[in-house]
Design a protein around this ligand. Structure first.
Ligand SMILES: Nc1ncnc2c1ncn2[C@@H]1O[C@H](COP(=O)(O)OP(=O)(O)OP(=O)(O)O)[C@@H](O)[C@H]1O
Ligand SMILES: [Mg+2]
Length: 384
């Protein structure tokens, strides 16, 4: 299953979004245009659907309240709304549609209330709130039906799909020094602090198979790299990854993850996240720290992994190298353009001049990213 349409009202710096989505979707735009905010919509839905410690109220308070989420240029309209369509393929009619709207009380505790919650299956409306029970007891509108086992029986498939959404914005230092920092791990571990524990928690045969695939990729990316294995420190009990390189004199010498390079750690984390998912994977700027030769291989890699695992991948990026692959279709790139009334989100091939250039065999990287560059940077220093 994949999410093949997103419709949004008043979410952060977007007043309106209504776009189709592909299995591999790149999100491009200038700094602060809302790429991370857009990815956060899917994390928000996941947080609502979570079986434990989730739900609407927590998802909102983790983001600082409706006040922070609601678009500042929303004017009089107090409602924030999100709708997703879920289907087997990008072009298929939606099997499921799930939509919610919410606002907060004008005064008092500023509690968040649903303005609506609707679910359709194959076009048939299965849930339409507020319903008679909500009207009798308005406090019911502080919770979605999606988050409650007692009320989501007819559409639990949506909750299960959303719960598996994963988000990755790896910070190599946090993986490298996980033992010594031992700080609070942010929920769902977006920065990879608990990455090694995650590797440790899967069945040994699955782990071996995944690490073998990652090892093959590393052999291409990292000169003289030979082998990657998982171990548990006998003394401390902490999990570790170890690598061996061919050029060392002592062939039995191993390096632990605290000595891996940033790029190597990010590549390992990225590949692991893709191999472990069968839902939606959200990747923030996967190009960071990677050599351009490897960055140019990422788009075909996403396509290949998606074919094997049936997962969907959304990627925010600033990299034209990542988008130079000729196989990337204009429909696979969403272009974010900031404006006074909020950022607009468009499928790049719906923009006339981009479509013409793409037809003339320019790559998406060449055509689309030139439009995200800040104006007037030629000959201007950032520090005057
Ligand atoms: N409620 C809101 N209303 C309007 N704008 C908002 C709201 N919340 C956040 N923003 C704006 O969203 C912008 C940040 O967006 P975001 O972090 O998604 O950008 P980005 O495209 O990921 O940038 P980068 O490329 O630097 O990572 C900021 O300019 C911030 O002011
Ligand atoms: Mg960002």
């Amino acid at each position: 299953m994949i999410i093949n349409r997103l419709i949004v009202k008043n979410w952060r710096n977007f007043q309106q979004i209504n776009v189709p989505l592909r299995e591999r979707q790149f999100i491009v735009g200038p700094n602060a245009s809302g790429k991370s905010n857009l990815l956060d919509i899917f994390r928000f839905l996941r947080d609502i659907a979570k079986a434990e410690g989730g739900g609407l109220q927590k998802a909102i308070s983790d983001r600082g309240g409706v006040f922070k989420i609601r678009c500042l240029s929303a004017r009089q309209d107090p409602e924030v709304a999100i709708e997703i369509h879920i289907a087997d393929t990008p072009d298929a009619p939606a099997t499921w549609r799930y939509g919610i709207g919410f606002h907060h009380e004008d005064h008092g505790h500023r509690q968040t209330y649903l303005t609506h919650e609707r679910v359709w299956r194959d076009g048939e409306l299965l849930l339409d709130r507020p319903d008679a029970d909500d009207n009798k007891d308005p406090d019911r509108l502080t919770q979605t039906a999606l988050e409650q086992i007692a009320t989501n029986a007819k559409f639990r498939e949506i909750a299960e799909f959303l719960r598996k959404v994963s988000y990755l914005h790896l910070v190599p230092q946090l993986i490298r020094f996980a033992d010594s920092i031992q700080g609070k791990i942010i929920e769902d571990d977006p920065f990879g602090q608990g990455f090694l524990e995650r590797v440790a928690s899967v069945h040994p045969s699955t782990r071996r198979a995944r690490l073998k695939r990652i090892e093959r990729a590393l052999k291409i990316a990292v000169p003289q790299f030979e082998e990657l294995v998982f171990i548990r420190d006998k003394r401390t009990g902490y999990p570790h990854l170890q690598a061996r390189y061919s050029h060392w004199h002592l062939n039995e010498e191993w390096q632990r993850e605290d000595q891996f390079s940033d790029g190597m750690l990010r590549l390992i984390g990225l590949l692991w996240a893709l191999l472990e998912s069968d839902s939606l994977v959200l990747l923030e700027e996967p190009e960071l720290s990677l050599n351009i030769g490897i960055v140019s291989q990422l788009a075909p890699l996403f396509a290949r992994i998606r074919r094997i695992h049936r997962c969907q991948v959304f990627v925010s990026t600033h990299s034209s190298t990542l988008l130079t692959e000729p196989g990337i279709d204009g429909t696979e790139v969403l272009l974010l353009t900031p404006a006074k009334e909020g950022t607009s989100v468009k499928v790049s091939s719906d923009i006339e001049d981009i479509r013409i250039l793409l037809k003339n065999r320019f790559t998406v990287g060449e055509v689309v990213l030139s439009r995200t560059r800040p104006k007037d940077t030629a000959g201007v220093s950032l520090i005057q």
